[in-house]
Design a binder for this molecule. Sequence first.
Ligand SMILES: [Zn+2]
Length: 135
Amino acid sequence: MKIRIDPLDKIFSEYIRKRAIQLVGGCEVCQAGKESWKNLQCCHFNGRGMKSVRWDEDNAIGACFSCHQRLDSFPMEKVEWWRKHLGQEAFDMLEGRKRQMFPKPDKAALTLYYQAKLRGMVQNVTKLGDVNAKQ
Ligand SMILES: [Zn+2]
């Protein structure tokens, strides 16, 4: 089944990839540094077909092309990596949210939420840039 790209997917993906740059400066799996968030891919734990967690920030990471491909090729490794990444409790909570089919995600609210997060990030990235420039 082909999955239609929703406008919210674009905003969500940008947030996830910029978050990875802020957290580790690049790929969240291998930690390889990237100059731009655009050099990362948005990697979902549960695929986008799983609507309940399609825009859940615990369900996605910023990853480089090879880590994304590797995680998607080895499902057991992906589960273990994600469990370690989130911690058991957050991992279990994500599993719970995944099973909650109703109510459906409020796309308008999620759009506002991620847009606000992105606006906050621009300031932080600028601040980080200033710190780096002084060192
Ligand atoms: Zn990587």
